[in-house]
Design a protein around this ligand. Sequence first.
Ligand SMILES: NC(=O)c1ccc[n+]([C@@H]2O[C@H](COP(=O)([O-])OP(=O)(O)OC[C@H]3O[C@@H](n4cnc5c(N)ncnc54)[C@H](O)[C@@H]3O)[C@@H](O)[C@H]2O)c1
Length: 362
Amino acid sequence: MSKIRLAVAGVGNCASALIQGLTYYTDKGSVDTAGLLHPELGGYRLGDIKIVAAFDVDRRKVGKPVEEAVFAPPNCTTIFQRELPATGVTVQMGPVLDGIAEHMARYPEDHAFRIADEKPCDVARVLRDSKADVLVCYMPVGSEEATQFYAQAALDTGVAFVNCMPVFIASDPEWAERFRAKNVPVVGDDIKSQFGATITHRVLARLMGDRGVRLDRTYQLNTGGNTDFLNMLEQERLRTKRISKTQSVQSQLDHPLDPENIHIGPSDYVAWQKDNKVCFIRMEWRGFGDVPCNLEVRLSVEDSPNSAGVAIDAIRCAKLALDRGIGGPLEEISAFAMKHPPHQIRDSEAIGRLERWIANKL
Ligand SMILES: NC(=O)c1ccc[n+]([C@@H]2O[C@H](COP(=O)([O-])OP(=O)(O)OC[C@H]3O[C@@H](n4cnc5c(N)ncnc54)[C@H](O)[C@@H]3O)[C@@H](O)[C@H]2O)c1
């Protein structure tokens, strides 16, 4: 089996968890695979994924070996695998474009982005020279130009694109068509964590439909202290994140809610929480006889490993698509792994369809 040659755009907390995980599970061998849905996917294990290129714009990361950059500030996710092997890959300067929100400069260095004083590299050339198979996009929310730039670079070089952030590429008909026309796989958009706020809220919403009760009102409030939450203090950058998170829950309801009865989004930045995300869900419904009931859920997770547990499958599916000569949006893994896929389906159905796609039995 060949290796999966992985390039990463944005060496932030999600990339840190993902890269730590590659060594963590390789060292553990095949015995203890807690935390993985697929220890092996289409013949690929985590040890088959090799980092070959990385792009960032932060002065504490650019120019550093990627295995050091993943621990550089302002990254603050849990370190569960301190020792990482030398990759021989240096983080290269990407074009900044709209990647860095202005308000970052008003926050302390340890918590916020600081732009490196370097000229951007030729991203397409680096992708070609490194023979990357898959490019994962971890741009900050609101980075429309930067995400489109990396998507275009993937298209131009025939590199499969996994878009973990909420600028719509796989789910945008024009971008989807461009990937289809060049037969390049794309998975997106906006990763749905392994056991996070979105999947919990979706499954509860669906359960209400399945039990014949009518959801009247709901909210999902989230707080965290990583740069993702700091970045999202800028309301202008949040438009597509709110659409992605809200549609993800609405899509599971038999009777979609009036916008004023559903409120879902990142709610505040609490620095000391670091990469711990706390989510509060409230759901109010009527059951038999229109009698009102409600529930409240408080979920506390480490944000970035939670996303890496799903990204690891999206990356392997993207490579499997390359192996099979399949291009364009990958519907099955996108519906399973992403909040805003080209087509929403129920999560219980998504897992079955994904397993059949992996087994090539659709
Ligand atoms: N569970 C999760 O953590 C989760 C779930 C769903 C979606 N996401 C999304 O994934 C994305 C990444 O999340 P994160 O927690 O790693 O964010 P992060 O803030 O830790 O990392 C973003 C990285 O991108 C870099 N960057 C900014 N502009 C750039 C540019 N133009 N080129 C290259 N690098 C650039 C930053 O310096 C930083 O290292 C966010 O959009 C987030 O909303 C995360």
